[in-house]
Design a protein. Structure first.
Length: 576
């Protein structure tokens, strides 16, 4: 007898390695599996059945020998009547084995092919039945005589033929299972293909009462049928209203689950859950088309729970990931500020639930962080280098790396330009001409309001001339003239590499750049002044200029190398 203090194990009687592997590898229960090639081997192992509760018997072990199978079932039940027997086999030998006398000894039967999930669904009630029998045995009751199946058929003749004691009859299992079994026998004719939506019900054993009349069983069936029908009606109404999974306690899925809690093999509820799954799949594409990615992910989670073995779930997940990537790319390039914010909020709801969406979500999160840093710098007036965390450096880096969506980048670029214009004007008026010149150079690189920049530059030149005149008038010695600067010369100018995508699309264009030639003869602070078309050839042009080598500008006489500015150089991209 099984020890009820331990979680019961499951014994597989089969020599079909693939069948055994299918069950053990996809085991979603908390029960341990053992396997043997025959009932005889299992019975000879004295400790095997001690902690076992369920025996899954593959008829193929006996090469579908009906007499041998019946004999082994009886032998197993005689040695340990608390074992719950589940048969698996081809439909014809199953029907031959399940005689009126054998049916009460068998809890469930499945015709091949059978899915592991179908078997696992039967375990919960089978375990409950097994524990019920253990309690009766512990109480000194005889559970070996006159088993009665749900249709009222007794197995006394089998036990008599095996010289088993014929004591008072005992019906066992839960009243719910008995009612389900009776309905199954009356409506289904005892056996169905396991590929149908409902697994095959062939025989169960039940009840806390020592005996139960057919009238009582019929009453139980009526009660359960009435309750399940009510839940199924509520589910159908919710389904028609489009309430597939929400509200949580008033959805079609919720009501079908309620019906299946009462009757785990209710056909209407199973079909209804299939309809829910089909409708969810139908709605899935519209959700991702509308960028409701969080709802699409929730739908996918329900589908994976309803039908975890369906390979289409992986396809839907991949489609969702790809769509998110494309949507984020499009929104960051051409979307409005509101669209970017909405997409960010949706992806934040999803967290890290999707591998493919993580990259997109992280890009938007980095953008939000960078936007906060830029806004803080603008608000604090930290506009230009060399101050750490200045707005100009943040905006310039964002433009180079394309790390901010256009909808969020352009307003901040405009704000920086406006504030820098005002700052350069104030600094110029204060007499700090060097700082004014520095900020004017930055404004020129922003390339927004060149007219205002030209006016500032003219004012700067006038003030410098005024300073020189004033200094000349007040100074006794004549200051030496500024050294003559010999311009930088190019040593090597390798042409830019044509971008592969532009080459494939047969695109042509140009990029106008500005940069500084350092004392070492390298191009630094390379920025795009303008380009046609935008952002297509920018990277290739910048990389090409950074590879160029120059003889730096130098002071005539001393020969000291000095940095110099290249205000504009245009690189052409043409197809030969």
């Amino acid at each position: 007898m099984t020890d009820s203090s331990l979680s019961p194990t499951v014994l597989l009687i089969s020599d079909d390695f693939k069948f055994i592997e299918q069950l053990t590898q996809s085991n979603t229960t908390e029960q341990e599996f053992h396997s043997r090639d025959s009932i005889q081997l299992a019975l000879e192992d004295g400790s095997l059945l001690q902690h076992n509760g369920i025996v899954i018997f593959d008829l193929a072990v006996n090469l579908n020998d009906v007499d041998a199978t019946i004999e082994q079932i009886i032998k197993l039940k005689k040695q340990d009547p608390t074992q719950i027997v589940i048969l698996v086999g081809d439909a014809e030998p199953l029907a031959a084995v399940l005689t009126d006398d054998v049916q009460p000894l068998v809890y469930r039967a499945f015709s091949k092919p059978v899915r592991a999930k179908q078997l696992f669904l039967a375990f919960k009630r089978a375990n409950r039945l097994h524990l019920n029998l253990l309690e009766r045995v512990a109480a000194g009751q005889d559970v070996t005589a006159n088993f009665v199946n749900d249709a009222g058929k007794r197995s006394g003749a089998v036990y008599k033929s095996s010289k088993a004691p014929n004591k008072s009859g005992l019906v066992y299992a839960s009243i719910t299972i008995a009612s389900i079994g009776l309905a199954a026998w009356l409506l289904l004719g005892g056996l169905e293909q396991s590929s149908n939506t409902t697994e095959s019900d062939v025989a169960v054993m039940d009840s806390a009462a020592a005996s139960r009349s057919e009238k009582q069983l019929s009453a139980d069936v009526s009660i359960i049928s009435s309750d399940t029908a009510a839940f199924n009606e509520l589910a159908a109404a919710a389904l028609a209203a489009g309430n597939l999974t929400t509200p949580q306690n008033a959805s079609a899925l919720h009501y079908y689950d309620q019906a299946l809690d009462l009757d785990p093999y209710d056909r209407v509820a199973y079909r209804g859950k299939k309809l829910v799954a089909e409708q969810l799949r139908s709605n899935f594409q519209q959700l991702i088309d509308d960028a409701r990615f969080d709802e699409a992910l929730a739908t996918l989670a329900v589908l994976e729970e309803l039908d975890p073995l369906n390979k289409k779930n992986d396809s839907l997940r991949s489609r969702l990931e790809r769509t998110i990537e494309k949507h984020v790319t499009a929104v960051r390039s051409d979307g409005t500020k509101e669209e970017v914010a909405k997409t960010t909020a949706v992806l934040n709801k999803m967290g890290d639930s999707l591998g493919g969406s993580n990259k997109a979500a992280k890009a938007l999160r980095r953008e939000q962080k960078l936007l906060r840093e830029i806004d803080t710098a603008l608000a604090a007036g930290n506009l230009a280098p060399p101050t750490k965390g200045n707005a100009y450096t943040l905006v310039s880096n964002a433009r180079k790396k394309n790390s901010i969506s256009q909808a969020n980048f352009q307003p901040r670029l405009q704000s920086l330009n406006t504030l820098l214009l005002a700052s350069a004007g104030n600094v110029l008026n204060s007499g700090d001409l060097d700082m004014a010149e520095h900020e004017i150079a930055l404004l020129r690189r922003l390339n927004l309001d060149l007219g205002a920049v030209a006016k500032l530059n003219a004012d700067l030149t006038a003030k410098r001339e005024a300073q020189i005149i004033a200094a000349t008038e007040t100074a006794e010695p004549v200051a030496p003239p500024p050294p003559t600067i010999i311009p930088a010369k190019a040593i090597s100018q390798s042409p830019p590499k044509y971008p592969r995508r532009a080459l494939q699309r047969e695109q042509e264009g140009w990029v106008e750049l500005a940069f500084t030639i350092s004392e070492q003869g390298t191009a630094e602070d390379v920025v795009v002044v303008s380009a046609q078309p935008g952002r297509v050839f920018d990277g290739a042009a910048i990389r090409a200029v950074k590879r160029w080598k120059f003889q730096p500008a130098y002071e005539q006489g001393s020969g000291r190398a000095v940095a110099s500015q290249i205000e504009s150089i245009k690189l052409q991209f043409k197809l030969d």
